[in-house]
Write a protein that binds this ligand. Structure first.
Ligand code: ZN
Length: 432
């Protein structure tokens, strides 16, 4: 299995999806979210299962909130000129703001305005899902320049009984046990967080659907953050016991090295698979332990579920300056980085697909590989990795060690161990 090269065609297609989704004003409920799911679905290899959960539905300890839809919003000066305009950027409105229409002085308006003093040219992204209020976000430079006087304020939005929407794609495999890949789809015009991971998940779904066979069943969940994952868990108690491994995919389009946040238990198969893939990349990626903040891995790992779900990201939650600001734009992500992320995620899936325990069928001494055409003699003092990998697989395959165990112990790339095991199995030297 050769080292997967980033696929630039796939990168361009992922970037194009981000460009398409970028202008849409999404939230945890509403038509922007629905429109987003519909556009994701067009890129998927099969129809999504779309779920609409009515407002007021109890989901675990939460209640599905009202549906938020926004048409327009602005702050206009006395001459009627819009000084802050939703049409220029949907980040200008605090997401999920209650509707408002009022005239007020700058002093009265001021508590409703949010800016970033440290980054005066960026618009912050703010939300108010669970406290009913309203607000605007603007550049600090713009805020500082607002003259005193009266302003007309309008947020032409509705907060009404409706639904919370989420979507799923299930690709069946030989096993009913599932690999869960979950992305949040609630952020408005922000590219790395999380249009990037939406695009990577969508591309991975296409990749997996094209395979003639899958060992595991793959479930892609596209849901709004927190409340969406909670609603999914509340409605999938039957699926929960079948989740073999999983990841939340977040912030995968920027130039940062990869960070993988382990599952709560920390040594699940997914943790070890990701560690190997990132180690084999030798690109300065990092592994961090679980902590109960960040994205929906905290729902999946909660005591009632304890699903082995880690989190794969590049820029870490809250730790890059562009996080949750207008600087997380189309220039902050690239087709090349998306293609790299797809290659890493595909590599992780390949480990999960290939990881098995074998038994050496010629366990008494070392089988003669040369006469089976498996051993390439070399004149030097070291043997090629593939030969060494075969010896490791033969040595450790006593029915107890998995290929993952062998890769860890031998410190050889998983892909090499995998090829070695395939060759040995084809030569009838290994059985499951
Ligand atoms: Zn976020």
């Amino acid at each position: 299995m050769p080292e997967a090269k980033p696929d630039t065609g796939a990168g361009a297609r992922m970037y194009a999806l981000i460009e398409e989704l970028y202008p849409i004003c999404r939230s945890i409920t509403g038509d922007g979210l629905r429109d987003t799911l519909a556009r994701i679905e067009r890129q998927l290899p099969a129809p999504m299962i779309r779920t609409e959960v009515p407002t007021g539905t109890a989901v675990l300890d939460w209640t599905v909130p009202r549906e938020w839809n926004i048409r327009d919003a602005w702050i206009a000066d006395a001459s009627g000129a819009r000084v802050v305009d939703f049409r220029a950027s949907n980040l200008h409105v605090v997401n999920y703001s209650a509707p408002v229409r009022a005239r007020m002085s700058l002093a009265e308006l001021r508590p409703h305005l949010h800016a970033l003093p440290d980054h005066p040219d960026w618009i912050p992204y703010r939300t108010t899902y669970y406290a009913e209020t309203w607000g605007f976000c603007l550049r600090q430079r713009q805020l500082d320049a607002l003259p005193d006087g009266d302003y007309d304020v309008c947020i032409d939005a509705t907060l009404e009984p409706g639904h919370l929407s989420y979507g799923e794609l299930v690709l069946p495999g030989d096993s009913p046990d599932e690999v869960l890949l979950s992305t949040h789809v609630c952020h408005p015009s922000l590219c790395n967080d999380n249009l990037s991971a939406i695009a990577v998940a969508t591309a991975l779904a296409r990749e997996l659907a094209a395979r003639p066979r899958r060992r595991w069943t793959y479930r892609f969940v596209f849901a709004p953050g927190t409340i969406g994952a909670i609603a999914w868990l509340a409605q999938h108690r039957d699926v929960v016991p079948r989740v073999h491994a999983g990841m939340t995919l977040v912030c995968l389009g920027s130039a940062h090295p990869f960070t993988y946040k382990r599952t709560l238990v920390g040594d699940a198969e997914i943790d070890r698979a990701v560690a190997l893939v990132l180690h084999d990349r030798a690109a300065g990626d990092q592994l961090i332990d679980f902590f109960p903040y960040g994205y929906d891995e905290r729902q999946y790992n909660s005591p009632g579920f304890r699903l082995p779900v880690g989190s794969l990201m590049r820029g870490r939650h809250g730790m890059f300056p562009e996080y949750h600001t207008s600087a997380d734009d189309l220039g902050f992500v690239s087709a090349e980085r998306l293609a790299e992320s797809l290659a890493v995620v595909t590599g992780i899936v390949d480990v999960l697909e290939a990881n098995r325990r074998y038994r050496n069928l010629a366990p008494d001494g070392e089988p003669q590989l040369g006469k089976r055409g498996l051993y390439r003699a070399t004149g030097g003092t070291s043997i090629p990795d593939l030969n060494l990998a075969m010896l490791w697989v033969l040595t450790l395959s006593d029915g107890r060690s998995s290929l993952l165990d062998i890769a860890e112990r031998s410190k050889l790339p998983f892909a090499t161990i995998h090829v070695a095991a395939d060759r040995l199995r084809d030569a009838a030297l290994l059985g499951e």
